[in-house]
Write a protein that binds this ligand. Structure first.
Ligand SMILES: NC(=O)c1ccc[n+]([C@@H]2O[C@H](COP(=O)([O-])OP(=O)(O)OC[C@H]3O[C@@H](n4cnc5c(N)ncnc54)[C@H](O)[C@@H]3O)[C@@H](O)[C@H]2O)c1
Length: 420
């Protein structure tokens, strides 16, 4: 068999990758049912798809669905640290995906791989964080010729797309997969919550019970984080800029404080805001000896890494795997996990497959919808059809053996009428 184009760490890891992908697939019943239908109907026949996604076993299962549907697929990573090298190898040798990604690539390689997958002249783009769309628009606009549209997987990517659209720069219809209920309510919340705790524990094996954990941002991800840390017995302090979300955190029983106050109190800090400079020099300067710093927001901007560098007299890189220790002049040490990048993907394996089953089922069904409907869509940020969201939830409930009520005709009439 001729292998697709690839640049991965080691094709010899493919066997381990296949096992990893198969293990994830066991918890992805919805995606499996979509794959079986795609294999029969081939809704993506003849289409080229370029994806910029975390190269994990769950992503591999999404790409298997697209392949079953008839698409040719190219894959770059959506973060320099998040690639599972065995999964990348399996994608190339077993599943016919052209992968250009390996763990620990530098930023130049990261950028180059984005261009490589765009040079395949894709019809559809699957993005996670908007780097692929951004690269095409900013650096290689000629490669947008022939692109019909795409999907965006995460909050930060949707925010960037809306900004491009508002400035009249976005030349494609981009579907905000992130904004579906089945994505945000489960993936961002339970997925990020659990896998972030997992990443912090793998990197540090620290005790969470009785410790003060500061969670920056109380959005979908932050809420999940706060719940998981509370479940581990931590005292959770929430920081926010949105008064309603801050109030929600208060009503849920969390301590809410400014970062100025929380900085000196925290044992562990986790950012999940999608914003920059949330933990700044003045905060780092007052932190306790041994404090742990982690980020679960999309980019490595939430903790001011330049400030951390400049406050330090020494850095012990790799004091543990995925952990660097910064030593201040007065002897205090702060531990930075996964270089301030997504800790749940850098130090753990990302979200559990059972959660990605829903997000990626939405991706697969939206890709099919885009392939069919792109002609009717104008450039801009487009919502996933509500029916897709409901369909994925229905399939998930069915796989769990859970039944729910349906509206009676009388109830439908009642809800659709204003008359007493
Ligand atoms: N780690 C992962 O696997 C993963 C998964 C999903 C989303 N994400 C990323 O996580 C980030 C958050 O996503 P979300 O869906 O929770 O977004 P969201 O919009 O629901 O929540 C973000 C929250 O942060 C708050 N915030 C903004 N600036 C702040 C500041 N300076 N201090 C404190 N709070 C601040 C906002 O008010 C908001 O409530 C995004 O970058 C998203 O792309 C990561």
């Amino acid at each position: 068999m001729t292998l697709p184009s690839h640049e991965v760490a080691d094709l010899g890891l493919a066997g381990a990758g296949v096992r990893r992908v198969a293990w994830a697939e066991r918890s992805m019943p919805v995606l499996r049912s979509v794959r079986e239908r795609f294999a029969q109907q081939r809704p993506l026949d003849g289409l080229r798809v370029a994806a910029c996604l975390h190269v994990t076993a769950e992503t591999a299962n999404l790409l298997r669905v697209l392949r079953a549907g008839g698409a040719q697929v190219w894959l770059a990573a959506s973060n320099p640290l998040s690639t599972q090298d065995d999964t990348a190898a399996a994608l190339v040798t077993e599943y016919g995906v052209a992968v250009h990604a390996w763990a620990g690539m530098d930023t130049a390689a990261y950028d180059r791989n984005l261009v490589t997958v765009l040079e395949a002249r894709p019809h559809l783009l699957l993005d996670d964080g908007c780097d692929l769309v951004n690269t095409a628009h900013a650096d290689r606009p000629e490669l947008l010729e022939g692109v019909l549209g795409g999907c965006e997987q995460t909050t930060t990517g949707v925010i960037r797309l809306r900004r491009m659209s508002a400035e009249g720069e976005l030349r494609l219809p981009m579907v905000a997969v992130n904004d579906t209920r089945t994505k945000r309510m489960f993936d961002n919340r339970y997925g990020t919550g659990q896998s972030t705790v997992d990443g912090i524990l793998r990197a540090t094996n620290t005790l969470l019970a009785g410790r003060t954990v500061v969670v920056a941002g109380f959005g979908y991800c932050g809420r999940g984080l706060a719940e998981r840390f509370r479940g581990m017995g931590s005292n959770v302090v929430v920081t926010e800029v949105d008064p309603v979300k801050a109030l929600d955190a208060v009503m849920q029983g969390y301590t809410v404080a400014t970062m100025d106050t929380a900085a000196a109190a925290g044992d562990v800090f986790v950012t999940a805001t999608g914003n920059r400079d949330v933990i700044r020099r003045e905060h780092l300067a007052v932190m306790r000896d041994g404090a742990i710093l982690a980020n679960s927001g999309h980019f490595d901007l939430e903790i001011d890494l330049n400030a951390l560098d400049s406050l330090s007299v020494a850095v012990d890189r790799g004091v543990r795997e995925q952990a660097d220790e910064y030593v201040f002049a007065d002897g205090r040490r702060l531990l930075l996990l996964s270089e301030g990048r997504l800790v749940n993907l850098g130090a753990a394996e990302g979200h559990p497959a059972a959660v990605m089953d829903m997000s990626f089922a939405v991706q697969a069904l939206t890709t099919e919808w885009l392939a069919r409907e792109h002609g009717a869509l104008a450039p801009g940020v487009v919502d996933v059809p509500e029916e897709t969201d409901n369909e994925v939830a229905r399939l998930e409930l069915a796989s769990l053996g859970v039944g729910i009520d349906v509206l009676t005709p009388g109830q439908e009439d009642y809800l659709n009428s204003w008359r007493p």
